[in-house]
Write a protein that binds this ligand. Structure first.
Ligand code: GLU
Length: 426
């Protein structure tokens, strides 16, 4: 079985991502004693838009594409969340990711709700012209429901700054007004923010710098395995290495490599950015994505997709600290197994929040028309993410909860307070 097939089978085994998102919410709603009406509201996406549209292919033929934009909740502010291009995108996946964005923005105190979008496509099979046409048409299809004070998309799996630039341009032309704040993750040449590209990976570093000492383990010298050597994974690996950690394993869709002596994360990142695949890098022994998850390492960084650690492999995970850089990499059943085994999991909504935190800075800069240097961006990111980490550990200690539940208590409570303050209209 190929590695991507393995991933898909594991994903199915892990269940439907939206069902997992609901199970996580229900578990915390019980702990909080949430009112049934509010619980029902939070279990639902406020809007689920499906768009079907044609694109003119280079061959001259028309091809139909299906995309989504789901808006989970906007009690705290405009919906916020990325757009992903992947052949496995589904409505339930986008709904789950939208709900997770609500909690992610809430737990770190951003003035945003949660949304997510996606197109069912393998973008690597498209030419640049086809990619641009598909992106612009999708942007046009969702344009009635996005906007700086409505819903602010951003990059996610397989979407780039260039794609954000096309969406901003399409939206601005349709509105007849330049609107940089409609989307974040734009290139620096087009109203982007310093530090945005590295932000998710940098957030992982800052969270690791808190989590390791908290668990009495120095980050300096800790061994790290990174599943998913994409944007977040490469940056996290390089920064953790600079902080003294030893990156011993990495993987992408081609498979992975393991070298107990350590991998040069910077060199592997350059190899990857030049179009290389991790399995072909030759810097360690070949392993599968599944094997990477069960290596004897101190810190595991799942930075690929949801549903990677399930009840089937959770018992084999040896890492003491898990920093979730991907959204939803651990199923609810696996979560329990890992918690019982004493693993310290920094949940996705907190660990991977660096990206959306700096997206917020980008939006603030766009609205104000004033731009910050990288040092200022990184300092502000550090302040927000460490403060949020400490707040979640406090709640975890006070209420004797694992980190995920504690993070959800903080996140859900903030949304509930806003819903109650708003009341029901009319
Ligand atoms: N796609 C990223 C995430 O899942 C970033 C979202 C954003 O910046 O709005 O957190």
């Amino acid at each position: 079985m190929s590695d991507s097939q393995t991933t898909r089978v594991m994903e199915q085994a892990a269940g439907n991502p939206f069902q997992n998102a609901l199970a996580q919410l229900d578990a915390v709603a019980d702990v909080m004693g949430l009112d049934d009406g509010i619980r029902a509201e939070l279990r639902t996406c406020q809007h689920e838009l499906t768009v079907n549209f044609p694109v003119q292919m280079d061959s001259g033929t028309r091809r139909m594409f299906k995309g989504y934009r789901c808006q989970h909740n906007n009690a705290l502010g405009p919906y916020k969340g990325g757009i992903r291009y992947h052949p496995d995108v589904s409505l339930d996946e986008v709904k789950a990711l939208a709900m997770w964005m609500t909690w992610k923005c809430s737990v770190v105190g951003l003035p945003y709700g949660g949304g997510k979008g996606g197109i069912i496509v393998n973008p690597k099979e498209l030419s640049v012209t086809e990619l641009e046409s598909m992106t612009r048409r999708y942007a046009s299809e969702i344009s009635p429901i996005i906007g700086p004070w409505k819903d602010v998309p951003a990059p996610d799996v397989n979407t780039t700054g260039q794609i954000m630039a096309w969406i901003m341009d399409t939206y601005s032309r349709e509105q007849g007004n330049l609107t940089p704040g409609v989307i974040t993750g734009k290139p620096l040449s087009l109203f982007g923010s310093e530090g945005r590209f590295e932000a998710t990976g940098r957030g992982i570093l800052y969270v690791g710098q808190e989590a390791c000492p908290y668990k009495g383990m120095p980050l300096d010298g800790a061994t790290v395995a990174v599943q998913g050597f994409g944007n977040a994974g490469t940056v996290a690996a390089c920064l953790l290495e600079t902080a003294g950690a030893r990156v011993v394993a990495a993987s992408d869709t081609s498979g992975g490599i393991y070298n107990a002596k350590g991998i040069d994360a910077g060199a592997l990142t350059r190899f990857k950015r030049e179009g290389g695949r991790v399995a072909e890098s030759g810097v360690g022994d070949a392993i599968t994505n599944a094997e990477l998850l069960t290596l004897p390492v101190d810190v595991l960084v799942p930075a690929a997709f949801e549903g990677q650690i399930t009840e089937k492999n959770a018992g084999d995970v040896k890492a003491r600290i898990i920093l979730e850089a991907a959204n939803g990499p651990i199923s609810p059943e696996a979560d329990e197994i890992l918690n019982d085994a004493g693993a310290f999991i920094v949940p996705d909504i907190l660990a991977s929040s660096g990206g959306v935190i700096v997206s917020y800075f980008e939006w603030v800069q766009n609205i104000n028309g004033m731009y910050w240097d990288e040092e200022e961006v990184n300092q502000r990111l550090h302040k927000i993410i460490t403060k949020s980490f400490r707040r979640v550990t406090e709640v975890a200690e006070q209420r004797r909860l694992p980190m995920r539940k504690a993070a959800y208590v903080v996140a859900v409570q903030r949304v509930v307070d806003a819903i109650e303050a708003r009341g029901i209209y009319p």
